[in-house]
Design a protein around this ligand. Sequence first.
Ligand code: OSB
Ligand code: MG
Length: 385
Amino acid sequence: MKITGVELRTVRMPLVSPFETSFGVQRERLAVLVRVVGTVSGAAAGGDRKGREVQGWGECVAMEAPLYNSEYAAGSLEVLRRYLVPLLFREVERTGGVTAENVESVLAPVVGHRMAKGALEMAVLDAQLRGSGTSFASYLGAVRDTVPSGVSVGIQPSVNALLDVVGEYVTQGYARVKLKIRPGWDVVPVEAVRNRFGDLLALQVDANAAYSLADVRTLARLDEFDLLLLEQPLARDDLRQHAELATRLRTPVCLDESITSVRAAADAIALRACRVVNIKAGRVGGYLTARRVHDLCLANGVPVWCGGMLETGLGRAANAALAALPGFTLPGDVSGSDRFYERDITEPIVMDDGQVAVPTGAGLGVEPIKDVLERFTVATEWVQA
Ligand code: OSB
Ligand code: MG
């Protein structure tokens, strides 16, 4: 497609309740959205020489502050406006157009900034698929029309408060519960949840890199609670220590922050640093690379699941499509919109009986509702060719 303009929009959405992890508390979601506008010509436009106008949406999952990884929303916005979007325009000028499949190589001169790159690729892919009437799910290779829906539960002020919150999600029907842990909030709350809800609750924990190898005795105490996995216990750049830790635990180690690319995933598998991989498209630079990480894991017999980053309905719809690929054998953090937002910017993604439906419409299959989007927008700019 030929790209004529790109809108960069910042939205600020209140969360239904504070979300606390080992790296901080969030009360709202500040996110950068990308809208790509262009034209498709040739067969995709039904032979119309002039070309048909299309648009597509992308969501940048970088948080407001650089606490989960080094990216942050204002930095993503800057690198998009100043480097990434201009690279795309230059490619259109040089070759007459871009496809989602070549966005990654066009943006490759810029080092890092995978979440910003992933958002731009997602917008181009959405536009391209809307142009051809194909859904994200069928394009990516989905094999299911619903996906099991898990919920990520933040650190709570007390164990009693945690039991109430988990009880509410269990009652709603979530297929799996993930508890955020950190030193001082681990064995006691996990034991309390296991005792209250019983052996049948699918339960896992996420440390967001808050521990060190010196904590091996504490982490080994989690073995008795029959967890599905322990997510990212150690530093993001330490595969060797994760491999060492994995030999000392019965609970499978899963990596999130450490898996920044297909190469990182291949290294982690070869080093036995993890037995499970959390796939987040933004963290690896987009849905096309996410699919390649999935393919690699599937070929190596490593189960994967789809992580979340408090996405709006746009990213949530794309995640549901990704989670429908065959290697996603564990429930993901693909919860209903109402887990985080009273009002989503799209029609809400709904969890029903522990499942989320994979959208079937062209592209993402959802789009922002104009007045809701405007209500949450705090800044908009237009980048032109
Ligand atoms: O580590 O999975 C994580 C949210 C923000 C940053 C990192 C993580 C998370 C979550 C929330 O756990 C998952 C969700 O969006 O439901
Ligand atoms: Mg995580």
